[in-house]
Design a protein around this ligand. Sequence first.
Ligand code: FO1
Length: 304
Amino acid sequence: MKIVALAGGVGGAKMAHGLAEHLSSKELTIIVNTGDDFEHLGLSISPDLDTVCYTLAGLANFETGWGRANETWNTISNLEKLGGPNWFRLGDQDIATHLERTRRLKEGQPLSRITKDFCKAWGIHHMILPMSDTPVRTMVNTDEGELAFQEYFVHRRCEPKVKGFRFDGIDSARPVVGAIDAIDKADAVVICPSNPWVSIDPILKVIKKISKPVIAISPIIGGKTVKGPAAKMYEELGIEPSALAVAEHYRHLLTGYVLDQVDSELQESVNRLHIKPFVTDTLMNHLTDRARLANDVLHFIGSL
Ligand code: FO1
């Protein structure tokens, strides 16, 4: 079965990892959000791309989900002593990734080429594509004005109230080479349990049209997000956070929708949106949960 997964952040990376356990490099392509990318301390940082790559390579920090396992923090603590900005925690091993990416981007190399080479160096066999080689920057409209995504998310700890989103550069951003071809050849597109507003919407806006069955996994379980501010964003935008709200968010795209057991009573409402529901345990607390959930999702897709 050929699958294209759309992913951003920690939940997306875990799901992509689970799918990679079942599908070969010819069967799975992962398209990753780059709206979170930013320049910090002179470095070009691609948090979602790195989270997906580190996770698939088995190099990710298991506690945070982002950054590297067995990390040291000498650079940031010395930077702190000099009075430099310390709000974005960059580990020593992680900094090497950003240094090399920045050097190559400055030479004019595309992000997709750099990512491909990094994946090879990290022993990743699956295709991981940034959604675009053109920069797109997610901007969060808040009650304190418009904030760049990492400023809102990490520096301000998602505290300002969200009023909307803008994706700077989206109109001129083209899908990365290989993305449309992978979708054309796929049996289905899987929307990973990532934040719909800031992780998946930028990818969907770049890709524009998907003429394949699309299946999403809810990032909201029992009205709460497993990680991150998705539920808080729904509330602040005046929408009750629930797995159903996410299905409604994607309603024009979806063929199937995967809900957690605790939300099984929402199946009928999902059916009424002409989307086929599937209920399973969607929590991915342990490594084995990722492959188990991916297996369930792939069987569900096979049944559609
Ligand atoms: N998230 C945080 O909450 N605090 C951090 O200091 C932080 C540092 C960081 C460094 C590298 C990286 O790739 C990701 C990092 N993240 C951090 C996570 C990241 O900014 C967000 O999780 C994503 O952008 C949201 O998907």
